[in-house]
Design a protein around this ligand. Structure first.
Ligand code: ZN
Length: 226
């Protein structure tokens, strides 16, 4: 290696390292995201509140009512990539036929929030590893439950959202027939529309094909003010 090429390699290493965070993951910035939309419009982050009729939001990380006890998001928003939003819209129509609707706890999550969660609770059974990022960071995961369309009440489910108990696992047997029916309903309809339930969280659904979408670190304010 010549001295010049060694210098070049070193410079490149420094530039690459600066673009990564301390866990070595490269997250897409607002500028890169905007640029990617010119050739890949499917990567657009869609606001679920306007895209899906009747969807209810209860964005827990925009309040202190979440496992960190802190307000993580400055705005109560639920975004997802376009194909995810489209699939969720179809699921909502299906749920509506059965007298229920979707309530979203969380959608797209900026990468910095995943880092914060990990630093609060270092158990990667329940909290995504910052070395890999979460599927929420890719705009490809939805945390949700079901509500009764007439009353707006949440349907009884095995646990509350973000419970770190084994009862939250979709494979844990449920005695109560109503709770079992509700859990079966949310999972079966979501799986019919291209999602997969998380192994330790009945409320978390990954969009099948999430690998095509990069981890992003863009705040809701950045998305809406640019
Ligand atoms: Zn989740």
């Amino acid at each position: 290696m010549t001295r010049l090429s060694l210098l070049f390699t070193l410079c490149l290493a420094v530039i690459t390292a600066s673009a990564q965070n301390k866990y070595g993951l490269r997250a897409v910035t607002l500028e890169e995201y905007r640029k990617s939309l010119r050739t890949q419009p499917e990567k657009e982050l869609v606001n679920l509140a306007t895209y899906i009729p009747g969807i209810v939001l209860d964005i827990r990380y925009a309040t202190s009512n979440n496992f960190t006890g802190e307000v993580i998001y400055q705005l109560p928003r639920a975004y997802a990539r376009k194909p995810v939003a489209e699939a969720l819209k179809k699921a909502q129509a299906d749920f509506n036929k059965q007298g229920v609707g979707i309530k979203v706890y969380d959608g797209y999550r900026p990468y910095k929030a995943t880092v914060k969660f990990y630093e609060v609770y270092r158990d990667t059974t329940y909290v995504a590893s910052p070395y890999r990022g979460s599927r929420h960071n890719r705009g490809c995961a939805i945390d949700m439950t079901l509500v009764d369309l007439k009353t707006g009440e949440e349907l009884p489910m095995p646990t509350a959202f973000d419970s770190f108990q084994k009862e939250a696992w979709p494979t844990t047997p449920v005695k109560d027939p109503v709770i079992k029916k509700n859990r079966d309903l949310i999972i079966s309809v979501m799986e019919k529309h291209g999602f997969k339930v998380n192994a330790s969280e009945w409320w978390h659904f990954d969009f099948i094909g999430w690998q095509k979408f990069e981890v992003m670190d863009i705040d809701f304010e950045e998305l809406e003010n640019n």
